[in-house]
Structure formats: C-alpha cells, structure tokens
Design a protein around this ligand. Structure first.
Ligand SMILES: O=C(O)CCC(=O)C(=O)O
Length: 169
C-alpha cells in the first residue's frame, strides 16, 4: 500500500480525522514539526554540544549522548549501534519539552493521554525521543500502549516504517 504524503500546511485537522484517523489509513504529514523549536535544531551536533554527557541505558549498557551519536553516525565502529536509544521528554527531560510544543502539531488531537485517566496509569503521558542509526530496528511488531493510534515525528534523518491495515492486528 502506498502511504499518502501531504504538506501539513495544506491539510486540515478535519480531513485528517475523517479521511485517515477514522478509517485507519496512515498518512505522512510533511513539515508538520515546522512549528517546533526542535525543527532544524535537533541534530547529532546539537545533542553533542548541549547534552553530550546525558546518559541512557540500552539493553543493560550505559551510554552518554556523545557515545550514542558517535555510534549512530559511524564515527565509532568498534561496537554495534544500540537500538532503541530512548529518552523520556516529559518528566525525564523537561528542558526539551518546550521544543516540542504544541505536542499535537494541530493534528494529533484530541489527545487522550492528556486525560486524568491516563496520568494514573503506568505509561500515562510518556513522550519518547528515539535515536537510531543504520540497521537499528525496533525488536517486535506491536500496537502502542492502550492500543492508541501511533503518532511519530521524524525530526532528523529518515526511517522506514512497516504498518499493517486494520483487521490484521
Ligand atoms: O520508532 C521506533 O523504532 C518504534 C517506535 C514505536 O513503535 C513506539 O514508540 O511504539
């Protein structure tokens, strides 16, 4: 199935809901994150310079941001590139929250995760930053938490996704 791609500024929230969200048809919104401070800011260099010593653990191994960037960019070829390198952007890294605001970009709404029902839950309100390099892949096919619709923003580089139509879940 060919996934439709549209310029976000030329597409309405109403059309997104009626033509894509309701029937469950994926859509790529190009340049939708232009409204974010992260747009044209987040890059390997920016993370090295501003958050190089920030740590994360992937598969039981601790890495600094600089180490992760060296691995994903191929500057360090001495060990495998870990994936998924995840950072929690809400409670885990509040300084970056303002750079991904508004989170819904005018399309991902209503956001059920903003409901107080979800805040009580184990996964409530999590917004994750994923960093990966060539060959990195998510380890299993899945539906997202609570079977919610997935909302993924690609800020830098590119990534391949495989999605399955409704009925095959
Ligand atoms: O970007 C990825 O590798 C997977 C992201 C994802 O599927 C998720 O966060 O649930």
């Amino acid at each position: 199935m060919e996934v439709k791609k549209v310029e976000a500024s030329e597409f309405s929230h109403e059309r997104f809901i009626n033509e894509h969200w309701k029937p469950g048809i994926p859509l790529v919104l190009k340049n939708a994150t232009r409204v974010w401070g992260a747009y044209n800011t987040f890059s390997p260099e920016w993370f090295r310079k501003n958050h190089g010593s920030r740590k994360t653990v992937v598969n039981g191994q601790e890495y600094t941001m600089t180490e992760i960037m060296d691995l994903v960019e191929g500057k360090d070829t001495s060990r495998p590139v870990p994936y998924p390198c995840k950072y929690e952007l809400g409670g885990g890294w509040p300084e970056l929250t303002h750079m991904i605001t508004p989170l819904n970009i005018g399309f991902a709404k209503p956001n059920w995760m903003e409901s107080s029902w979800f805040r009580r839950g184990y996964w409530g309100g999590i917004t994750e930053l994923f960093i990966g390099g060539p060959g990195g892949k998510f380890p299993y096919v899945h539906l997202d938490y609570y079977h919610m619709s997935a909302w993924i923003n690609q800020i830098y580089g590119h990534k391949e996704f495989t999605v399955w139509p409704r009925g095959q879940d």
